[in-house]
Design a protein around this ligand. Sequence first.
Ligand SMILES: *Cc1c(COP(=O)(O)O)cnc(C)c1O
Length: 367
Amino acid sequence: MTNTVPVNALDRHIAPIASQLDKAAAQVISSGYFVLGPNVKAFEKEFAAWCGAAECVSVANGTEALELGLRSLGVTSGKAVAVVGNAAMYGTTAVLACGAEPVFVDVDPITCTMDPKALEAVLAKRRIDVVIVTHLYGKLADMAALTLLAEKHGFALFEDCAQAHGAKDAQGRKAGTFGAAASFSFYPTKNLGALGDGGAVVTNDAQVADTLRKLRQYGWTAKYRNELAGGRNSRLDEIQAAFLRVMLPLLDGWNERRRSIANRYSTEIRNARIATPPPSGDDFVAHLYVVHTEDRSGLQSHLASHGVNSEIHYPVPDYRQPLFSDTFASTQLPVTDRSCTSVLTLPCFPELTDAEVTQVIEACNAW
Ligand SMILES: *Cc1c(COP(=O)(O)O)cnc(C)c1O
């Protein structure tokens, strides 16, 4: 029996850069700067440039990047924010934290990102203040259609790019630069991941960035002057910023490797009972490689018996989470409901070997 292929392996990811990370950590430790110092400043500049955005404001994690990002666009109680229901509650949690109302919108069955037609149907019935677009699994959502709707209906677009660092459209425009602001997570398993929590908001709007810099630091407008509501302590550590600066130059190569693994799966998995996403170009950075099948538990146990681990992203639609009891009992999003029962994530990370990729493909084809 060959070794088990894991869904992810951060030890393999970190090993080749461990000595660079050690050096970066040692420099921070001896510098005496640990919070909002030179590495944070430099990383924000480098990441904004890498995204093609004017500003980057780093924060403590991706969820607070979402929440503070929404607050910086004026989301408070009484506002309505459209979200997808298949993205593990992150956007919804942020909307609730702002005291606003989440309005759930169905997704496209192939891309699993927000369906512009479904959004249009919601907009025909009610006012929406902000729309959170999640580039799920690393796939750029249909930004051309969503941008047109934003112009027509006057809502702000907020992009959740936690799984999509570097995904870009045919013109080379990157995730995070289409809307009013965009959140990123640097949780360790993300395409760009620190050795702990981290997050950021990018924007082209200097006013939004200014508000964010206050919100992440207690709502201060000056030292010990608390002026903004909704402020808190949400900062990226110097040591994490230093680690991220080591990794950022490697990100394009990692994304390239993820995409080539994904495209091998999409062309070589041939099984009528497994629906694979179509092969992709630069609009997909393959954060997760997700297939659909009617018999998920059957496929999952077959793969396990062939030494292939798999996971489910994500099993329960937001509007069916127990936290809501019957608040959204009447919400029915047919594509979201169906896809939560059919999605299965195959191993896809840059350090997978070609032999492991072949093992995954053969296991799928032998089902
Ligand atoms: C991981 C993730 C987040 C949250 O990021 P954290 O840093 O874990 O708070 C938000 N949105 C999406 C789509 C994610 O995958």
